[in-house]
Design a protein around this ligand. Structure first.
Ligand code: C5P
Length: 242
C-alpha cells in the first residue's frame, strides 16, 4: 500500500434509507458529530425530501444526492438544475445514459451552482450496480464481467468530465490504475465481516475498501438498521481508518 492511501482513508457515507423523516432526522443528529457524509437516496428524497434537506441544513451537514438520473440529456439537464442546492456535495447519474447525458449533467451542475454562488457538486456516474453480479450482465446484453463494464463506463464518465464513478470496491484498484487517484470512487456494498449482504452481490469489507483506495465507502443498513447506529458507525470508521 502506498503512503497516499494511508493518509486518506475512504470517507464514510451513511445512506439515510429509512421510511420516515423523524427517524432520518434523528440519525442525522446522532451521526453528524462523527463527520460522516450523508446520502439521500430515493426513499428519503421522494418520501420527505424537504424535511431531510432541513434536517441536514440544521446540522450544517453536506450530502450526496443519489438519484441515479437516467433520461434524455435535456431532461437530465433540467433535473440537475432543480436539485442543485447548498449542501449537495455530490450527485449521481447513470453512465448508461450515455456521453451526451453525462455531459448535460455536468454542465447543469456547473451552471446552476454558478448562479447560486456555491461550489458545484461533483457528478458521479453509476457504472454497474453493486447488486448486479457477473451472472446478471449477460441477460442485460452487456458483454464481459463487472470489471470490464465498469472500466468502459468509467472512461465514458471521465471524458464527460464526471468527477468519478459509483462502483464496487472490487473495481477500485483497476480504476485507479487506469484513470489515476484523482478520479473518484464512491463505493456502496460495504459490509463489515460477518454481516448480512442482503441484495448486494459485489460486497466488500471496510478494510478492503481502505486497502483498495476507495474514495467513499457507502453504508446503509449495517448502520441505520442497527439498534446502536453510532457504535456501528464508529466500528466501521475505525476499520476504514485502519
Ligand atoms: O444498505 P446498503 O449498505 O446496501 O445501502 C447501499 C446504498 O447505496 C443504497 O442507498 C443504494 O441505493 C446505494 N447504491 C448501491 N449501489 C449502487 C449505487 C448506490 O447500493 N451502485
Amino acid at each position: 500500500m502506498n503512503e497516499a492511501l494511508q493518509v486518506m482513508p475512504p470517507k464514510l457515507v451513511v445512506a439515510l434509507d429509512v421510511p420516515d423523516p423523524v427517524r432520518a432526522a434523528a440519525l442525522v443528529e446522532r451521526l453528524a458529530p462523527l463527520g460522516v457524509l450523508f446520502k439521500v437516496g430515493y426513499e428519503a428524497f421522494y418520501g420527505y425530501g424537504d424535511a431531510i434537506r432541513e434536517a441536514l441544513a440544521a446540522h450544517g451537514a453536506e450530502y450526496a444526492l443519489d438519484l441515479k438520473l437516467h433520461d434524455i440529456p435535456r431532461t437530465v439537464h433540467a433535473a440537475v438544475r432543480s436539485v442543485v442546492k447548498p449542501g449537495v456535495r455530490l450527485l449521481t447519474v447513470h453512465a448508461l445514459g450515455g456521453a451526451q447525458m453525462l455531459d448535460a449533467a455536468v454542465d447543469a451542475a456547473n451552471e446552476r451552482a454558478a448562479e447560486l454562488g456555491i461550489k458545484a457538486p461533483d457528478v458521479y456516474a453509476v457504472t454497474i450496480l453493486t447488486s448486479i453480479g457477473s451472472e446478471d450482465l449477460g441477460e442485460l446484453g452487456l458483454i464481459g464481467g463487472p470489471g470490464e463494464n465498469a472500466t468502459r463506463l468509467a472512461a465514458l464518465a471521465r471524458d464527460a468530465r464526471c468527477a468519478g464513478v459509483v462502483c464496487s470496491v472490487r473495481e477500485v484498484a483497476d480504476l485507479r490504475s487506469f484513470f489515476g487517484s484523482e478520479f473518484g470512487t464512491f463505493c456502496p456494498g460495504i459490509r463489515p465481516a460477518g454481516t448480512a449482504h442482503g441484495d448486494q452481490k459485489r460486497a466488500a469489507t471496510p478494510r478492503e475498501a481502505r486497502e483498495a483506495g476507495a474514495g467513499f465507502a457507502v453504508v446503509g443498513r449495517p448502520i441505520v438498521d442497527d439498534a446502536d447506529p453510532v457504535s456501528a458507525a464508529r466500528a466501521i470508521l475505525s476499520e476504514l481508518e485502519g
